[in-house]
Ligand binder design. Structure first.
Ligand code: AKG
Ligand code: FE2
Length: 372
């Protein structure tokens, strides 16, 4: 298990069907070192056809006329369609909004979307609901393995510590996001665009990311190479590391591995033991695939909004708090000393983004701060 990938910052490929305790330890170690993990995808957790079919639906949606997308435009609840350049993930360094469009789907209730759906989605609502449920199950499985790997005190919840806080009748901010990065038009002035998705970290607990064969572009800054004195300096090109779609050892798998990455909330919750790694999506170099579309799908996992982010009862997490206390500095940065709720954490991250926008003196529409 855990085969090492030589050119992707050594992000391990983990097969979840291995012995539970070994897999749990490997997941925690990978999350603590890289913040990114490849999950070998043989269709056991999510059928390959289900993934292919959602990508097919995504393609049909993004190629549909603007009149069909416009009524589904994103609203303050972070659900809906985000048009080209409407979101800027790295407000400090980008000249222009991301060269992408996206569609955010919030949690379905009793099989139905709680937001306007475009005509291409309406007949396939049940399929979208099913896909979200697949993603939710995989998220819960991974969160259970994290709790096992962290040896959470069994008297206080043990292996259910995280998963029980991600399900219930109260709403969570879990979001399924379809992404489309169009090709650059042939006569593009390269000064007028910069990036497909600007450098950022995700906000929630864990993200599942689905990529397509032949559509690379994702890069990370491995946490060990991050300059602690300038954590927002994402322009240090030396440390940007490509994350291939098919890392070594997976080339003959029926589908690319599913990427899992840690978000800010889970990093905060674990005293920064698990790393929320900065990532971005770049254009392919002109020699590889000069003008091709890129599609990806992200599932952003969040706890139930009222979850109190009290310290995880794990020796390893406590140890991380004693050693340097990055979690403590995060607490200081957000100005909240006591354990906050998942909703408060999300709001503090959104507020930080707002402040960045205001500091830059820009008056941008709300959709530009859509949660990553
Ligand atoms: O498209 C990708 O591969 C990454 C997307 C991403 O990082 C995000 O939407 O948060
Ligand atoms: Fe992201």
């Amino acid at each position: 298990m855990g085969s090492i990938n030589g050119n992707a910052g050594l992000i391990p490929v983990i097969d979840l069907s291995g012995p539970e305790h070994d897999v749990a330890k490997e997941l925690v170690d990978a999350a603590a070192t890289y913040g990114f993990i490849y999950i070998k995808n043989l269709g056991k957790d999510i059928p390959i056809e289900a993934i292919d079919s959602i990508f097919d639906l995504s393609k049909r949606f993004f190629s549909s006329p603007i009149e069909e997308k416009q009524p589904c435009k994103i609203s303050e609840n972070n659900r809906g369609w985000v048009g080209m350049h409407a979101e800027t993930l790295d407000t400090k360094n980008q000249k222009k909004g991301d060269f992408k469009e996206a569609m955010n789907l919030g949690e379905f209730i009793n099989g139905y979307a709680q937001q306007p759906l475009p005509p291409v989605f309406a007949p396939r609502e049940a399929e979208l609901d099913r896909f979200q449920k697949y993603c939710q199950s995989l998220m819960l499985k991974i969160l259970t393995l994290f709790a096992i790997g962290l040896e959470v005190d069994p008297a206080l919840g043990g292996s259910d510590w995280f998963s029980s806080r991600h399900q219930g009748t109260d709403p969570s901010s879990c979001t399924l996001r379809l992404l489309h990065y169009p090709p650059l038009p042939p006569d593009t002035n390269l000064d007028s665009v910069d990036i497909r998705a600007g450098a950022h970290s995700d906000y929630g607990s864990i993200t599942l990311l689905f990529q397509r064969p032949g559509q690379p572009g994702l890069e990370i800054i491995p946490p060990s190479t991050m300059d602690p004195s300038a954590p927002k300096n994402y322009t240090n090109t030396a440390s940007w590391t490509p994350v291939p779609v098919f890392p070594p050892g997976t080339e003959s798998d029926p589908s690319p591995p599913i990427l899992v990455n840690i978000g800010d909330l889970l990093s905060y919750w674990t005293n920064n033991l698990l790393k929320s790694t900065v990532h971005r999506v770049i254009f392919p170099s002109s020699t590889s695939s000069p003008s091709s579309d890129r599609y990806s799908i992200a599932y952003f996992g969040h706890p139930i909004g009222s979850t109190i982010l009290e310290p995880v009862p794990s020796e390893r997490v406590k140890e991380a708090g004693r050693n340097g206390g990055e979690g403590a500095s995060l607490r200081a940065a957000t100005g909240v000393e006591e354990a906050m709720t998942a909703d408060e954490h999300l709001m503090s991250r959104l507020k930080a983004t707002y402040l960045g926008l205001y500091r830059d003196g820009e008056d941008k529409p709300k959709e530009e701060i859509a949660a990553a």
